[in-house]
Design a protein around this ligand. Structure first.
Ligand code: NDP
Ligand code: 2IT
Length: 444
């Protein structure tokens, strides 16, 4: 068996109870053969793949917090520090009831390669908790975040590990986490990104993942003789990534007709009213079903079949495995040209394969949604310099980074005779830098 297959087998036998982690490794390793073959002996001797799939450390802890009724609630917290070969650990924190070790490990593994693709010096990590923020009061969110940080602070630092947001963690939560870190540690340091603008946050970080997604989609379309202007786009999700993807898509002249939350999706044939969506989601933290109360032409459908909507471009921006084979078939049948992953691993392996076999332009998350962490890297840079750059400056750097990512992904695919296979290109381009750093640093 090949070295790649040997290590894939190892993952299957060692972690049978971690389906999401296995899926992420399988997706990556399925594309690795050509890049590994040339150096199989040296990689095997240095256990590069065995080390790539085994996190440096996994921290798991109890979070106890007092709810509004005076009862103690208990949740489980995680931080998986995956690989710091090219820079300090970096990656988001997710608060969602589905969070478990398998999900945090898949996200951490992806983050290693994604961060490498940004070209910035950042290693990969991920963390979070099975805490459900839905329906919690502001006080409950605050005391949960404080309790979470009371354990997490031991393991993080501006040059060690810098967490940020992800599902369920936005500016409010980062504020409470930062406040508690500072209270315990005393140091005023850039230990988190996605901070508020009044205390060290970067302009354009909030918009970065969604904007970056559209910048790279535009670049991919251009490279294939297409343009974004005038295209119909289906988006899923209505959170941080989805909202700013919709904003930039509209600015660039496309028409976005869908958005969703975990309850269902809206279809608005006139194009999404973004001010209304922001009011519902960012201000009132309400359900997306309320959208149709003010937009009579729009339709709300309960459930997750958003991909049945005819579109030119599909941008899954909600969560993992939200686009399956049946959805992929519908997209192809409706003439969809491109799929780009705003979320992490939103497309199942079967759906990805089907889309690629049908020659759709498919851009994987580790390239498509890298604008968020890239701008986190720019926030770290500003914090170290004790400076704050203008919105235009950060946005221009973000756009440049996304264009460079596309070029690297595209050229890696071409180098291995797999033109337009951006999954292969992203995996290999991300891996090569990490592997080189690991080889240089010896047996650590
Ligand atoms: P938010 O919490 O802001 O929004 C998440 C959205 O997805 C909400 O609309 C939520 O609906 C929906 N959603 C979440 N879980 C599910 C589920 N199990 N089923 C259906 N819908 C769901 O998160 P983000 O926008 O920050 O993150 C979205 C995706 O983008 C995630 O995969 C994340 O890992 C990825 N990502 C985020 C980055 C960032 O900078 N924030 C950077 C790169 C990737 P509801 O409110 O009803 O739960
Ligand atoms: O998945 C991701 O890249 C993020 N949630 C952003 C991580 C970060 O450190 O900004």
């Amino acid at each position: 068996m090949s070295y790649v297959n040997d290590v894939l087998e190892l993952v299957k036998t060692k972690y049978p109870e971690q389906p999401e982690f296995q899926q992420a490794v399988k997706e990556v390793f399925a594309t690795f053969e050509p890049a590994i073959a040339a150096k199989a002996e040296i990689y095997r001797k240095n256990a590069i793949l065995e080390r790539l799939i085994e996190p440096d450390r996994q921290i798991q802890f109890r979070i106890s917090w007092l709810d509004d009724n005076g009862n103690i609630q208990v949740n489980r917290g995680y931080r998986v520090q995956f690989n710091n070969s090219i820079g300090p650990y970096k990656g988001g924190l997710r608060l969602h009831p589905s969070v478990n070790l398998s999900i945090i490990k898949f996200l951490g593994f992806e983050q290693v390669l994604k961060n490498s693709l940004t070209g910035l010096p950042m290693g990969g990590a991920k963390g979070g908790s099975d805490f459900d923020p839905k329906g919690k009061s502001d006080r409950e969110i605050m005391v949960f975040c404080q309790s979470f940080m009371t354990e997490l602070y031991k393991y993080i630092g501006a040059d060690l590990d810098v967490p940020a947001g992800d599902i369920g963690v936005g500016a409010r939560e980062i504020g409470y986490l930062f406040g508690q870190y500072k209270r315990i540690q005393g140091n005023y340091e850039g230990v988190l990104t996605g901070k508020g603008l009044s205390y060290g946050g970067s302009l354009a970080r909030k918009e970065a993942t969604g904007y970056g997604l559209l910048y790279i989609v535009e670049e991919m379309l251009k490279a294939n003789g297409l343009e974004l202007k005038g295209k119909t786009i289906a988006v899923s999700g209505a959170g941080n990534v989805a909202i700013y993807a919709i904003e930039k898509a509209q600015e660039l002249g496309a028409k976005v007709v869908t958005a969703s939350d975990s309850g269902g999706f809206i279809y608005d044939p006139d194009g999404i009213d973004l001010a209304l969506l922001k009011e519902i989601k960012e201000v009132r933290r309400a359900r997306i079903s309320e959208y149709i109360l003010t937009r009579p032409n729009a339709i709300y459908t309960a459930g997750q079949r958003v991909w049945q909507t005819p579109c030119d471009i599909a941008l899954p921006c909600a969560t993992q495995n939200e686009l399956d084979l049946e959805d992929a078939r519908a997209l192809i049948a409706n003439g969809c040209l491109a799929v780009a992953e705003g979320a992490n691993m939103p497309t199942t392996l079967e759906a990805t394969r089907y889309l690629q076999e049908n020659h759709i332009l498919f851009l994987p998350g580790k390239a498509a949604n890298a604008g968020g962490v890239a701008t986190s890297g720019l926030e770290m840079c500003q914090n170290s310099q004790r400076l704050a750059w203008s919105f235009e400056e950060v946005d221009a750097k973000l756009k440049n980074i996304m264009i460079e990512i596309f070029k690297n992904v595209d050229s890696a695919a071409k180098r291995y005779q797999a033109e337009k296979n951006y999954v292969l290109g992203a995996n290999i381009a991300g891996f090569e830098k990490v592997a080189e750093a690991m080889l240089a640093q010896g047996a650590v």
